[in-house]
Write a protein that binds this ligand. Structure first.
Ligand SMILES: NC(=O)c1ccc[n+]([C@@H]2O[C@H](COP(=O)([O-])OP(=O)(O)OC[C@H]3O[C@@H](n4cnc5c(N)ncnc54)[C@H](OP(=O)(O)O)[C@@H]3O)[C@@H](O)[C@H]2O)c1
Length: 350
């Protein structure tokens, strides 16, 4: 079978197409024939060495997310899973085997049955973005720890960067959970995407009156900020956060050191909460997987331009270009087609 590997960290030119033996699933594992591999910033960052530079001699296959069909199961896994359409999370976290290959073997729980109407494109867009967004919305000390209709009723959620992959998922999940959803963006094009995702209010964070505009949509302040750029938005967040609100920080977009004004945050009892999807508690991962699947089944998580998440496609042989597109700031979702054409899609797809 074909696989993309890298044996040393570096630019996208370290990615090579190789032929490998098809792996057999061991106890508790499934083998998934990959239809679509999803690319996230973490994939090029890991390839550049962000998670360490020592690699196994056989190299690493990149990409955490993907979707496909179970075609073999190991001992202890229900054989009825063969033929099941699934989405994959954390394929390459502390493992050498990501989704940029024709088939991947991984623990059965990391291959989640795709709800009936969900496309492989959507499945390959879920893992990192949707699980991160779920955590950002559920880590609030006053709950909810479970997302579903009405779980965030009466709360205002501010999603910074609503045209980003995580931002998109956060808007959709917060909207599904009944929150008043405000999103910031940097351009009219991105505003259209955030609106298509379901944001009630979209505001350009580069305008001088952004805080005032957000306050108008949430007179009592913002309960949860889902933050992609904590440094640039530090002042804005301080101006709009509600008493006992939480700023959930999942990225270091503009640098590695954050300075915040202490007194205003102390007076507001603000919580600054950091999130890394890989290391969040196992119970939170289980909850995220379950709630994300419920949101997919309800049609609340979607992919495609109409849903505010334009898709950019590459063949497996152009995985390097797909990584470069994400590193270059492609707007929307970058996907790699592997067995997309051969595999059954649902009758209606998002
Ligand atoms: N901690 C975790 O577990 C975790 C999980 C997933 C992703 N991440 C990290 O999160 C970051 C985003 O990932 P992604 O996949 O969502 O990337 P993406 O699709 O490229 O989206 C990033 C978005 O952030 C926006 N943005 C940048 N600066 C902003 C600002 N000051 N205010 C508001 N929006 C701003 C960008 O648009 P404009 O520049 O036009 O504003 C863009 O729409 C990456 O650094 C990634 O590595 C972390």
């Amino acid at each position: 079978m074909k696989a993309i590997v890298y044996e040393r960290v570096g630019g996208s030119d370290v990615l090579r197409l190789v032929e490998r033996m098809e792996p057999e699933p061991g106890p508790g594992q499934v083998r998934v024939r990959i239809a679509v591999s999803g690319v996230n910033p973490t994939d090029w960052k890991a390839r550049r060495g962000a998670l360490g530079s020592s690699l196994p001699p056989t190299g690493l296959v990149p990409n955490q997310d993907g979707a496909g069909t179970v075609d073999a199961v190991g001992e202890g896994v229900d054989p009825a899973r063969v033929g099941q359409r699934v989405w994959i999370w954390e394929a390459a976290w502390q493992r050498a085997d990501g989704t940029a290959q024709e088939a991947v073997v991984l623990p059965a729980r990391q291959a989640v049955p795709l709800p009936l109407d969900a496309s492989f494109d959507l499945g390959a867009s879920l893992g990192i973005p949707a699980m991160t967004a779920h955590r950002a919305l559920t880590v609030h000390p006053d709950g909810p720890s479970v997302l579903g209709p009405s779980a965030l009723a009466g709360r205002t959620v501010l999603v910074a960067g609503g045209a980003g992959a995580v931002g998109h998922a956060a808007i959709e999940l917060a909207r599904w959970a009944g929150a008043n959803v405000v999103s910031t963006v940097s351009s009219p094009q991105k505003a259209a995407l955030a609106s298509a995702a379901g944001a009630h209010h979209v505001i350009n964070y580069r305008t001088p009156d952004a805080a005032e505009a957000i306050r108008k949509t949430a007179p009592d302040g913002v309960d949860i900020v889902v933050e992609v750029d904590p440094i640039v938005n530090a002042e804005l967040n301080q101006q709009v956060i509600a008493p006992n609100g939480v700023v959930t920080i999942y990225a270091d977009t503009s640098g590695s050191q954050l300075t915040v004004p202490l007194r205003p945050h102390m007076f507001a009892n603000t919580r600054l909460q950091f999130v890394l999807v890989y290391t969040m508690p196992d119970a939170a991962k289980r909850q995220a997987v379950g709630d994300v699947n419920a949101a997919v089944a309800a049609g609340a998580l979607r992919a495609g331009e109409d849903a505010g998440l334009p898709v950019h496609r590459f063949p497996l042989t152009e995985t390097a270009a797909a990584h470069d597109a994400v590193e270059g700031g492609a707007v929307g979702k970058v996907l790699i087609d592997i067995h997309h054409d051969e595999q059954p899609e649902p009758p209606t797809s998002q």
